[in-house]
Design a protein around this ligand. Structure first.
Ligand SMILES: [Zn+2]
Ligand SMILES: [Zn+2]
Ligand SMILES: [Zn+2]
Ligand SMILES: [Zn+2]
Ligand SMILES: [Zn+2]
Length: 548
């Protein structure tokens, strides 16, 4: 070392070189520090490698998983090396034929070597107290099946499984849980979960569309979804009733022999077109039932022509064929002739025929009431049947069903039709005035004490069903929804008493029309003024009339 020139600027040690402000140690440190930069991976001040742009430690990466590795010699990280070692040590287990580490004691894999846990021993159930094996929440299987929380637990599990559960899932769960038993509600939620988990849209309308099953019934899930979505204004109701009606029309048209079919199909279209026009104009449009009856009658005629008259074209039909066809069912002559007239008028307008064969036929027949009525004794026994024994529990099977009593009493005393009763709503019952609003009758019908108590019994029966359905008559099939009871239910509800609803109603109408002014009856019942007149005809056997 030469002569000391000065002290080092950093550490104060002697500096031998003339033009250096620092000692050789400090100069080297400064030089090395200048070459360092912060490493992008670890953030420390390091010399970065040219190929990776990271420090030397961070540049060492596992070839397989690209995580940092410590060793300078190995190509894999420690984790990957261990995994390889473990995999190499695995062998096929002779018991379960799966790869595993065979244990020396048993020669089997670990899972097979461990003693298997037996089923849980039976314990007292928290619900019913019986000693049973538990299914969940400390309950036996039967109690667990009935547990009201099950649908909510199922829905929670579903929501966790879904990437984005719809926000209506919770209220839907409450909707089904309040209307169905737990197991059915769970079934509906599971079925819904399958739809929500697929790749399609989960918007309410799309879900409802996918829930529909092909065929006559759209399935329980679609029905309950439709009720729920329309209740909560999330989707429009499905066109299921229209589709069913279209199917019925199609089947009736397809039944017609092929050469005669195009005209019937055209007639069907014309009726639908007229109905559309009537709906737009606000006049009375044909109901589905009317259209279907017309198609049935024309189809019957077509089959009759082909099979019995050997005619395969509408232009060959003459008045004799039609007379022969009508003579087959004299009771429905008038109804059939009205439809056939419409059909042949349509065919002539379309130039399918040149002469209308039904034009000169007359539907003349006495238009009088010829149905049967009940004798006074029969009426009395029915009245007794429906008004006594009110306390009997209908659910137990003894006593008269409340619906039978209500339908019977309102028909017998107030001439109510099945349709009026079927569509009667809870809001139609006026508690203060003790009156009900029936169908299109202009005024509420005040009820006598007997009818009122029968109605009260029916309402109590409805309350037992805990339903949101707005109708008075709620059945097992409609209590979960908002639809009215089916027409079939109403036509059979009086079966146990042996009298048809129409006969009971006719008895009352015949009585009223013959005692009072038919016009008053028409006004009170909201009928066409002409309609009650048929009950005035002399055809009614005087001996069968109830005493006025
Ligand atoms: Zn120094
Ligand atoms: Zn680094
Ligand atoms: Zn690795
Ligand atoms: Zn095994
Ligand atoms: Zn139990």
């Amino acid at each position: 070392m030469g002569k000391k020139q000065r002290d080092c600027a950093d550490c104060g040690a002697p500096v031998g070189l003339l033009d250096q402000p620092r000692c050789c140690r400090c100069s080297r440190r400064v030089r090395e520090n200048a070459a360092k930069e912060p490493c992008p991976a670890c953030g420390n001040q390091r010399v970065l490698q040219a190929d990776t742009g990271r420090c030397v430690l961070c540049s060492r990466r596992c070839r397989r998983c690209d995580r940092p590795r410590r060793s300078a010699t190995e190509t894999l990280c420690k984790t990957c090396r261990r995994t390889d070692q473990r995999a190499a040590a695995m062998q096929i287990c002779p018991r379960c034929a799966r790869l595993g580490h065979l244990r020396a004691a048993t020669g089997w894999c670990g899972h097979c070597s461990r003693p298997q846990p037996g089923p849980q021993p039976p314990r007292p159930c928290a619900g019913c107290g019986r000693v049973r094996r538990h299914a969940g929440l400390g309950l036996c299987s039967a109690c667990w099946q009935r547990h009201p929380a099950r649908p909510f637990i199922r829905a929670e599990a579903l929501a966790e499984r879904l990437a984005s559960p719809p926000d209506w899932l919770e209220s839907f769960t409450a909707h089904v849980a309040s209307r169905y038993c737990p197991s059915r509600a769970c079934m509906l939620i599971t079925e819904l979960g399958r739809l929500l988990a697929d790749e399609h849209s989960n918007l309410p309308a799309a879900v409802l569309d996918r829930a529909r099953r092909p065929g006559r019934s759209m399935g329980p899930l679609a029905r309950v979804l439709e009720d729920f979505f329309t209740d909560h204004q999330l989707a429009l109701a499905t066109d299921h009733p229209e589709q069913l009606a279209a199917g019925r029309r199609r089947r009736r048209v397809d039944r017609v022999p092929a050469p005669l079919r195009p005209a019937v199909a055209g007639f069907c279209e014309k009726m639908l077109h007229a109905r559309e026009r009537a709906r737009r104009a606000g006049t009375r449009a044909r109901s589905d039932h009317t259209v279907e009856t017309a198609l049935t009658i024309v189809g019957d005629l077509a089959q009759f022509l082909t099979e019995q008259r050997g005619k395969h074209g509408w232009e060959l039909v003459d008045i004799g064929d039609i007379e022969a066809f009508l003579a087959g069912m004299p009771a429905s002559r008038k109804r059939r002739l009205v439809v056939l007239r419409q059909f042949f008028r349509f065919a002539r307008a379309r130039r399918l025929i040149l002469v209308d064969p039904a034009r000169d036929l007359s539907a003349s027949e006495p238009s009088a009431f010829r149905g049967s009525t009940l004798t006074l004794a029969e009426q009395r026994s029915l009245f007794r049947r429906w008004t006594t024994d009110l306390s009997a529990d209908s659910a137990a099977g003894d006593g008269v069903h409340p619906h039978e009593a209500l339908v019977g009493m309102l028909a017998l005393l107030h001439g109510a039709s099945s349709q009026e009763m079927r569509l009667m709503l809870i809001d139609d019952v006026d508690e203060h005035a003790r009156a009900v609003r029936l169908g299109r009758r202009p005024h509420p019908v005040p009820l006598d004490p007997a009818s009122w108590s029968v109605l009260q019994r029916c309402l109590a029966h409805r309350a037992q069903q805990r339903t949101d359905n707005p109708h008075v008559i709620v059945t097992k099939g409609t209590k979960a929804g908002r639809r009215a009871a089916s027409t079939a239910y109403l036509s059979h509800v009086l079966d146990p008493c042996g009298a048809a609803p129409r006969m009971i109603r006719s008895t009352r109408l015949v009585d009223l029309v013959n005692v009072m002014d038919p016009k008053l009856v028409a006004a009170a019942f909201g009928m066409d003024p002409q309609s009650p007149l048929i009950y005035l005809a002399d055809h009614v056997d005087a001996g069968r009339l109830p005493n006025p």
